[in-house]
Design a protein around this ligand. Structure first.
Ligand code: ADP
Ligand code: MG
Length: 491
């Protein structure tokens, strides 16, 4: 008797979720993994959701946030997209507010008083904001029952988008009274997921992991013997230039050159890279997002969290460093489920670019000794990064990588105010050499990842198979064929 009742309750609950899905989001049914993630969060289980870009991770936290009585905090590195996301929620009649560094004092005061008065919608914010004890105190008082970390691979120093500020989130979660934690990412390597569980202090989290197959994406590789041959290949691929797509290039200079060359040939293309003025970059992104300009030529600075559903192609004009980053970047195509093509223009010599970038990514024992010395000098009043930088002889990027190593090894701890505490003031040259040696191993891992990417580019076998094998996931092999140049017998 009891059993039937349970089953009925469960199925009634499921019906309710589907009704909510239709009413609030206008979707007919759940996509793979969504229902499980939503249910886990509603039931109060910490959950890590790993799904490819474009598969619908937002819904996995928006629906439970709506169901649960208290407020939901959403931490995201993508300040630029918070406004879009909250406006989309509000348009669906769901309350949402933004608290980040871009809002005005008046907006902040308004947000704070709404939170204080028992707000129970979505609060989009950043790790930097959460570093403020006053803000945490306010949130704690409001009663947070779901704590969401979007783009959660930022927690891991193994991830490409590592953000040191994310390391503090484990402590923030405790401080907020331990709400249910829901972390979402498209990065699925074992190291990153392990790091997530550790840094966020959710060792027993349920992991919802869908496959990597994207049935609507076709993969292809086109060869170019010389650099200046690439433009011809690109122009062939772009056709009439009307379809919307991303052209990735490895350097700022290559982005600028390509954008100019495409313009000369009559294509409407906008540039995007990290060294443009913020306003210009944002304007170009807007022009692309709105469809005013169909093509965006970009470094990999473009894309994290971009939600343009109708991207019909992603073309890489240089080989990416890993299959993982390639997957992340080409995965921005075809989010609407309609066919899209992902092409790599491959010049064998390009791999040297990565060897060049890699040099200096990992600190030497000398860098470590320098950084340690600077920290020790300031140990009496633990410095923030800028203060440390001022007294250190190391350039910013090398100082940052040295600090990352120290943090990872528990030698330095960053508090919620960003101050760097030196936990091991006594270290020998031998210690430094050992630490640097470990970094060299990571350098080796990078080299091997690049080799896998080169194998992909040079393979005569099914390209989807190669990608799925790389992730070690047992997606149906039959599914992998027929959607790449090799399986279709040439491009
Ligand atoms: P991700 O964060 O995983 O990259 P998003 O959450 O941005 O993906 O969603 C990608 C797209 O999929 C959005 O346009 C969204 O509206 C759509 N989408 C999400 N869930 C569903 C669903 N159940 N049915 C149909 N479309 C969906
Ligand atoms: Mg997302």
């Amino acid at each position: 008797m009891q059993k039937t009742e349970d089953r009925e309750t469960a199925s009634a609950r499921q019906d309710r979720l589907v009704r909510r899905l239709r009413a609030h989001f206008g979707f007919q049914s759940f996509r793979p993994g969504q229902r499980r993630a939503v249910q886990a969060a509603i039931d109060g289980r910490d959950t890590v959701v790993v799904m490819p870009t474009g598969s619908g991770k937002s819904l996995c936290f928006q629906l439970p946030g709506l169901e649960l009585p208290g407020a939901t905090v959403v931490v995201s590195p993508l300040i630029a997209l918070m406004k879009d996301q909250t406006e989309a929620l509000e348009a669906r009649g769901i309350e949402a507010i933004v608290v980040n560094s871009t809002i005005t004092a008046a907006q902040r005061a308004d947000a704070e008083s709404r939170i204080q008065e028992g707000f129970h919608g979505f609060i989009y914010t950043t790790p930097e904001q959460l570093a403020s004890p006053e803000f945490r105190w306010l949130l704690r008082g409001a009663g947070i029952d779901l704590f969401v970390i979007d783009e959660a691979h930022c927690v891991s120093r193994w991830g490409r988008d590592f953000r040191p500020e994310y390391l503090a989130l484990g402590a923030v979660i405790e401080d907020l009274g331990r709400p249910t934690v829901l972390a979402l990412t498209a990065t699925a390597t074992a190291e990153v997921i392990e790091d997530l569980l550790k840094q966020l202090r959710i060792p027993d989290a349920e992991i919802v992991h869908t496959g990597f197959n994207r049935p609507n994406l076709r993969l292809a590789v086109v060869s170019a013997a010389e650099e200046d041959e690439k433009l011809d290949r690109l122009v062939e691929l772009l056709g009439d230039g009307q379809a919307s797509g991303v052209v990735y290039a490895a350097t700022v200079k290559a982005v600028e050159t390509l954008t100019a060359q495409l313009a000369e040939r009559g294509f409407r293309a906008a540039a995007y890279h990290g060294r443009m003025k913020n306003a210009d970059r944002a304007a170009n992104q807007d022009r692309f997002m709105s469809g005013e300009v169909p093509i965006i030529v970009a470094t990999n600075a473009f894309g994290l969290g971009i939600d343009k559903p109708d991207i019909r192609f992603v073309i890489h004009t240089h080989i990416p460093g890993t299959i993982e980053s390639y997957y992340q970047e080409f995965g921005r195509a075809g989010r609407d489920g309609e066919p899209a093509t992902c092409t790599l223009i491959y010049r064998p010599d390009d791999r040297k670019l990565h060897t060049f970038f890699q040099a200096g990514r990992y600190p030497s024992s000398e860098d470590l000794a320098n950084a340690h010395h600077a920290l020790k000098r300031l140990a009496d009043s633990p410095p923030r990064f800028e203060e440390l930088e001022a007294v250190s002889p190391l350039p910013r990027t090398r100082l940052k990588s040295a600090l990352n190593v120290f943090r990872g090894a528990g030698i330095v701890k960053e508090d919620l105010l960003g101050r760097l505490h030196l936990l091991r003031p006594e270290m020998t040259i031998d210690d430094m050499t050992r630490l640097a040696g470990r970094e060299q191993e990571r350098d080796e891992v990078d080299r091997m990842s690049l080799e896998r990417m080169v194998e992909y580019a040079e393979s005569r076998g099914c390209r989807w198979r190669a990608v799925l094998d790389y992730f070690g996931h047992d997606d149906d092999p039959a599914d992998a064929c027929g959607r790449c140049d090799n399986c279709n017998g040439g491009a």
